[in-house]
Design a protein around this ligand. Structure first.
Ligand code: CA
Length: 229
């Protein structure tokens, strides 16, 4: 998987359902955070910065609908895809009608295979390098399934960290990443690494990208961080 594995926040008050979902997501290689209530979900979104939320509608206390509405209203969480779970299709129709902003809806009982496909479909939009996509930027092509990087016709040699850095950049060309954001995304938030390490690997990435010629596509943004293009 390119980059730190995506984090899925599972919000479900039924322990058995929560664990089955978490188990299957972990088996797919995702990091899983678990919440039992709406309040806990809102707290964990701030703490874990999940890439996607699977959210049960019927929760004790703050409902799934309210959690969804709050996340989709806040600028810092608006872009996180939300898959709403509901017990009956009439409920899904109602949730849709409420314009909560959920990105997808799944009716219980659902098949695990279908749920994994829905999760991957949402991740394809926000974290394409983690679901085997081929990313392109100018003459650079990154195949996250075969772990190959091309520049024009040439195959480039990249270390694993440089590959993850490039995958992160190529998911959002032009976006400026701070060193801390790159540490979270490329090294993972559970590991302590000095921010200077980021500079070292950016240097290696630049060298690797230019090993067969071509201009350096990585931009240093003074006081802010780095960007591709
Ligand atoms: Ca429930």
């Amino acid at each position: 998987m390119a980059g730190e594995a995506p984090t899925v926040l599972v919000v479900e008050d039924e322990p058995a359902q929560r664990e089955v979902l978490a188990y299957n997501l972990e088996a797919e290689g995702f990091r899983v955070a678990r919440a039992e209530t709406g309040d806990e979900a809102l707290m964990l979104v701030a703490e874990e910065a999940p890439d996607i939320v699977v959210l049960d509608w019927m929760l004790p206390g703050v409902s799934g609908i309210e959690v969804c509405r709050q996340l989709k209203t806040r600028p810092d969480t608006r872009a996180i895809p939300i898959i709403m779970l509901s017990a009956r299709s009439e409920e899904v129709d109602r949730v849709r009608g409420l314009e909560t902003g959920a990105d997808d809806y799944v009716v219980k009982p659902y098949s695990v295979v279908e749920m994994m496909a829905r999760v991957r479909a949402q991740l394809r939009r926000v974290r394409p390098s983690t679901v085997g996509a081929v990313l392109e930027f100018e003459d650079i092509k990154l195949d996250s399934e075969s772990h190959r990087v091309y520049r024009g016709p040439d195959v480039l040699k990249l270390g694993p960290t440089e590959f993850r850095l490039l995958a992160t950049f190529m998911e959002k060309p032009g976006r400026v990443w701070s060193r801390e954001q790159l540490l979270d995304r490329v090294w993972g938030r559970d590991i302590y690494v000095d921010t200077r390490t980021v500079d070292v690997h950016i240097g290696r990435l630049r060298k690797a990208l230019c090993q067969k010629g071509g201009e350096d596509p990585v931009r240093t943004v003074r006081g802010a961080g780095y960007a591709l293009g």
